[in-house]
Design a protein around this ligand. Structure first.
Ligand code: AMP
Length: 210
């Protein structure tokens, strides 16, 4: 499991590592965004929370996540990102989580990163105007779709997402620290260095538990 504040690079890292480790990848942010884009009662409900930077209620998220990670293809391991985000989620999913990697990074840096993030609305690819710009301005490298800002990447909502992270998700980090499942990684270095550091941690963890 990879956790961290918004903008810490957790989805970038989770995708890279899932590919390297050849395990399925689950991002609750992506999962909930995809349901929110549907014209359904549940979709509209989730969108109101996401647009404000609020946590989607546990009675919606816990069942959704459990239904996925209990599938057969997740049985031999998976890489999760964006959950658990509340103590209730952590307690409900503790048995399904072996190790938590917490990407630590100051609020000032993540705010700058989020304000320069662009995403592809079609394939979901992420870009950053400061560190990882697209080859052609505002155009996705992979599917040539026009890039957009995420609707929750604006100053007011970022401030709220960080507040929610410190109030609601930080206790989850402490929960996993107390269960000896937590390792902390500095999220400030470039993507590849953070990835190598996480990979070394995971390899060490696997060896110690074999
Ligand atoms: P992220 O893509 O991880 O930054 O998440 C974007 C938004 O999705 C959050 O601000 C929440 O509204 C919602 N979200 C993602 N994961 C969870 C979760 N595990 N529990 C509740 N809400 C979530």
């Amino acid at each position: 499991m990879i956790m961290g504040p918004p903008g810490s690079g957790k989805s970038t890292q989770a995708e890279l590592l899932a590919e390297e480790l050849q395990v399925p990848y689950l991002s609750t942010g992506d999962l909930l965004r995809s349901i929110a884009s549907e014209d359904t009662t549940l979709g509209k409900q989730i969108k109101t929370y996401q647009d404000k930077g609020e946590i989607v209620p546990d009675d919606i998220t816990i069942d959704l996540i459990k239904n996925i990670v209990l599938k057969d293809e997740y049985r031999y391991g998976y890489l999760g990102e964006g959950f658990p985000r509340t103590l209730k989620q952590a307690k409900a999913m503790n048995d399904l989580i072996d190790q938590v990697i917490y990407i630590e990074i100051p609020d000032t840096i993540v705010t700058k990163r989020l304000l320069s993030r662009l995403i592809c609305p079609k394939c979901g690819d992420n870009y950053n105007l400061l560190s990882q710009p697209p080859k052609i301005k505002d155009v996705c490298d992979h599917c040539q779709t026009k890039l957009i800002n995420r609707s929750d990447d604006n100053e007011k909502v970022i401030l709220n997402r960080l507040k929610v992270f410190h109030q609601t998700t930080k206790p989850v980090i402490l929960f996993f620290k107390n269960t000896n499942k937590l390792v902390t990684i500095n999220g400030e270095p470039p993507v590849n260095i953070v990835k190598d550091n996480i990979f070394n941690m995971i390899t060490g963890f696997k060896k110690n538990n074999e």
